[in-house]
Design a protein. Structure first.
Length: 148
């Protein structure tokens, strides 16, 4: 795993790769390239590669006074790269970023249709807060979890 490379989403190629990983793992919330570009200013977003192969992406939504100093940390690992410790490395990096932003509370969100993601979050100390449908007509719940 010495060839794991993580970079900020800051150019067209990394925007496309972040979007690809997000849309594959979160098919209920498909984002356009413009949607991703708009998020760059609000969140710290990174893409991760093993050598030159995309393995996933991360998002750290910073804490604000309006959200009770809560940061949201999201790690997405493409299915073929799971269960190798890569998600843990990305999670630890994103967690460090959230703490560097003075987050007092850390949360994550997982799509219920992603049992690997839910299991990963729970194994790393997150507990479920609530399940909800994002849009009317949706059938797959989102799960908000908080780090204990």
């Amino acid at each position: 795993m010495d060839d794991l490379h993580i970079q900020a989403v800051d150019d067209d190629a990394s925007i496309r790769d972040w979007r690809y990983a997000h849309n594959l793992i979160v098919p209920g919330d498909v984002l356009s390239l413009d949607d991703v570009r708009a998020r760059i200013g609000r969140s710290h977003m990174e893409v991760a590669y093993l050598g030159d192969v995309l393995i996933g992406c991360t998002t750290v939504r910073p804490p604000t006074t309006d959200n009770g100093a809560t940061a949201t940390v999201i790690v997405r690992v493409l299915p073929e790269h799971r269960r190798r410790g890569l998600g843990t490395r990305l999670y630890e990096r994103a967690l460090d970023q959230a703490r560097a932003l003075d987050a007092e509370v850390i949360e994550t969100v997982v799509l219920a249709a992603n049992p690997d993601g839910l299991r990963f979050a729970e194994q790393h100390g997150f507990v479920e807060l609530e399940r909800y449908l994002l849009n009317e007509g949706d059938t797959v719940h989102w799960i908000d979890l908080r780090l204990t």
